[in-house]
Design a protein. Structure first.
Length: 572
């Protein structure tokens, strides 16, 4: 409130100039938000199940209707005084007398601007599914589903998207020729193929317009649009293939599963540039294609099992490969490509780019860059022409490992997580100085990276951390085609290739130790007595690029907390 008023409440009275110029001399702010939703759904289903000896048949047919209506209202009122009868005081129409040449209208606070929004989403669906099993060995299934939505254009054939899938499963160990053996306890193979559809909720095919205030010259309302119509908008479509195997061997001491998948998505809804005569420079269209493939592996085993001691191990891991196969329109903003949200043809999903670091200025220790191409027509449209691809934010491979040990009444369990194959920017020690060029706030600790900063000429041969931003080393530069867009050196350095590191790590999630007292020790006073001790996030092994720092801290986040807990359970 002090920022809105221009001073702390009660600090000035009606005779002071600060009070007369304040846009909100009295009262506070009352914000009202109201949200209303109405949803209904109807579903009808018919199912047929029949067992004929070694044959099993299941068929299901159904339909579904859903409707979601949403309405919201919000308004902010200034001059609110709850301590005086929940009343409002008049806010000055201007911050000076109307006769003053410097008079400005206090439009932001003197006039309320309520906002009302509505949305309606209707869908109608039908589905058919069936399965057949022979002798518990061979299984076949299929499913067909059609969905219609009011969120798409006027083309009737695009409103209803039929999706379908077929699958098969072979239970190998139920074959007669595998009976009587002890090696394989269970083994099954499966395969599925199908098409799926997807609706993007925040994109509409209809024109969305907005009424503006009365025009003072014509006396008529003005209107503008927020989204252009696209009557040809269609569903996003995905073709997928899945292959899997499940097994259990050695009297179920070793169990596991492996699944491979391949997905190709077409008609991705993306933003594309359009001619300016349409009144807008871009709009949403079905113009993207993408491929995803990977595998998931999990298994558990019991290496040692005796009367008093059991050691069990669980492991799961997955790997993802993806690639964009169509061009997406860039917006010419370098901030678009540093966060892993920009998709470019031929590059993996979550790829990001960085400025080319060219060393430190030997005179003042300021950062230098290679911005070749930034002043070209191509660079004005596509910033990747003068930035360098440095990796992707999503890991290639992740894994979880769980180990459990039990000796008589003692139990010890551990959990680990491993992530590798991705990169990230290190947090800048000058994060608070990118544009203000002041020292860090007294409420925030300074980074130890500053101990390695440039201090004198010659240090540029040993460090890539620039000097404290003062004077000419932090002046904005204008390397772009328009000669008016500023680039701040220390902000660019924070997103340069010299700040990119491998982000792999192995983290111990938890260690738990528990003990259950024998019945003969507690039978006189209790039925069960046990205690346990748990330590979360006790340690981690990280990439050497993090310089022994916590990965969360190195990326600018708060570190994961380390907790210790002790519990005692007694039941009578």
């Amino acid at each position: 409130m002090a920022r809105l008023r221009g001073y702390n409440y009660g600090e000035h009275d009606v005779y002071d100039e600060e009070f007369k110029l304040s846009r909100l001399p009295y009262g506070g702010v009352l914000t009202v938000d109201e949200n209303e939703s109405f949803n209904y759904s109807w579903r009808g289903q018919f199912e047929y199940v029949k067992n004929l000896g070694r044959h099993s048949i299941n068929v299901m047919v159904g339909g579904e209707l859903t409707s979601n209506k949403y309405k919201s209202y919000s308004q902010t009122n200034y001059g609110y005084m709850p301590e005086r009868g929940l009343s409002f005081v008049d806010v000055p129409l201007g911050n000076r007398p109307s006769s003053d040449v410097n008079y400005t209208l206090n439009d932001a606070y003197a006039r309320t601007k309520p906002s009302v929004s509505k949305s309606l989403s209707n869908t109608i669906s039908y589905y058919i599914s069936g399965s057949y099993m022979f002798d518990n060995r061979y299984a076949f299934n299929f499913s067909v589903r059609g969905d219609g939505s009011n969120r798409f254009g006027q083309d009737e054939k695009e409103k209803y998207l039929p999706v379908w899938s077929v699958g098969a499963r072979w239970n190998v160990t139920d074959e007669h020729w595998l009976q009587g053996q002890d090696l394989l306890n269970s083994l099954s193979l499966s395969a599925t193929f199908g098409y799926q559809g997807n609706v993007v909720d925040n994109v509409s095919s209809n024109l969305i317009a907005r009424i503006l205030p009365l025009d003072t010259e014509t006396g008529e309302f003005k209107m503008t649009y927020t989204k252009l119509p696209n009557p040809d908008l269609k569903w996003e479509k995905t073709r997928s293939v899945n292959l899997g195997i499940n097994f259990s061997i050695l009297h179920s001491k070793v169990n596991g599963s492996f699944e491979y998948y391949y997905k190709k998505t077409s008609d991705l809804i993306t933003q594309r540039e359009i001619p300016y005569e349409n009144g807008e420079h871009s709009m949403y269209v079905n113009g993207g294609n993408m491929k995803n493939s990977g595998w998931d592996l999990s298994f558990s085993l019991v290496p040692v099992r005796t009367k008093d001691f059991v050691w069990s191990l669980g492991f799961n891991t997955s790997k993802v490969n993806n690639e964009v196969n169509s061009e997406f329109e860039p917006r010419g903003d370098w901030k678009e490509v540093i966060g892993g949200n920009y998709n470019k043809k031929g590059y993996p999903i979550s790829s990001f780019w960085a400025f080319r670091f060219a060393g430190l200025n030997p005179e003042n220790g300021g950062p230098l860059f290679d911005l070749s191409g930034s002043d070209s027509n191509e660079g004005a449209l596509d910033v990747t022409r003068y930035m360098v691809h440095v990796g992707k934010s999503e890991p290639d491979l992740t894994a979880g490992i769980n180990m459990n040990f039990r000796y008589r009444n003692w139990a010890l369990s551990t959990s680990f997580y491993w992530s590798t194959g991705n990169q990230c920017f290190l947090d800048s020690p000058y994060a608070e100085m990118n544009k203000t060029y002041g020292m860090p706030s007294e409420y925030k600790n300074a980074s130890t990276q500053l101990l390695k900063r440039w201090r004198k000429s010659g240090d540029e041969d040993y460090t890539n951390i620039p000097s404290i931003p003062v004077g000419e080393n932090c002046l904005a530069i204008y390397p772009f085609k328009d000669n008016s867009t500023a680039l701040y050196p220390y902000e660019a350095w924070a997103y340069s290739d010299v700040r990119v590191v491998d982000a792999w790590y192995i983290r111990c999630n938890s260690i738990n130790l528990s003990y259950t007292f024998p019945e003969k020790m507690i039978r006189r006073f209790a039925q069960n007595v046990s205690f346990s001790m748990t330590l979360t996030n006790p340690f981690q092994i990280v990439s050497s690029d993090f310089d022994s720092r916590d990965p969360e801290v190195a990326k600018g986040s708060q570190p994961l907390t380390r907790n210790f807990s002790f519990s005692l359970n007694v039941s009578f």
